[in-house]
Design a binder for this molecule. Structure first.
Ligand SMILES: N[C@@H](CCC(=O)N[C@@H](CS)C(=O)NCC(=O)O)C(=O)O
Length: 214
């Protein structure tokens, strides 16, 4: 039984964000476990859903959405009442959530980590660029060090006891950094570990690794 939601994307750190949001919100969904760089994102059918030919992609009835942060925020805004999660209560809280989300998506994910991913771990596709990789790693480390004192004050999440959409984006991005060999400072690792110990994360992580459609 599904809630009319379909998620495309498996074995992907960015698809994992969406699996996690769906599980936090107790939403059932159909799963299309297509992977990047297998040709599965290049089919005519999938390109019709996402012309960028990337994962993840979410369908909710007739509504189709790409970009993992947009999907996570959409799910929380549309279905926040289905989970025991934190929704920003006023413009200041929304601004704080945006600040952490854009920091994770831009300063860490887009500016630094995706560059490292492409030029250090996939050089056969994107080419080698050791100077750019070293510079991106240094930049990423500096940015994480800068926010570490604030992360140490999370109790235990950005807005307190309950997990928010911004926590999904931030904690998964600290994890990308570790995966791509840029060690996050201790408060960021502890925060990531707390978030990743949640039952919804563990179930979502197993689903993201599972290649059986359902
Ligand atoms: N900004 C996008 C990035 C999506 C993305 O780059 N996904 C990767 C997998 S994690 C992908 O599909 N790569 C395939 C490719 O670049 O061909 C998001 O956050 O959803």
């Amino acid at each position: 039984m599904s809630d009319g939601i379909v998620l495309w994307g498996a074995i992907s750190l960015r698809a994992l964000r969406v699996h996690w949001a769906l599980h936090e919100l107790n939403l059932s969904y159909e799963y299309r476990p297509i992977q990047s760089r297998t040709g599965e994102t290049l089919t005519v059918e999938y390109t019709g859903h996402n012309p960028k030919q990337k994962i993840p992609c979410l369908q909710d009835g007739d509504f189709t959405l790409t970009e993992s942060p947009a999907i996570v925020n959409y799910l929380f805004n549309a279905y926040g009442s289905r989970g025991d999660v934190h929704m920003p209560r006023d413009p200041e809280e929304q601004a704080r959530a945006d600040e952490w989300s854009y920091f994770a998506m831009m300063e860490l994910d887009a500016h630094s980590l995706y560059l490292i991913r492409r030029h250090k771990f996939l050089p056969e596709i994107y080419g080698e660029a050791p100077v750019a990789v070293a510079s991106a790693a240094e930049y990423c480390k500096k940015q994480m060090d800068a926010v570490a004192p604030d992360v140490a004050k999370f109790a235990p999440f950005i807005f307190g006891e309950k997990l928010s959409a911004a926590d999904i984006l931030l904690s998964t991005t600290f994890n990308f950094a570790e995966r791509y060999e840029v060690e996050p400072p201790e408060p960021c690792r502890t925060y990531r570990d707390r978030a990743f110990a949640r039952p919804a994360f563990l179930t979502a992580n197993a689903r993201n690794e599972d290649l059986n459609a359902s």
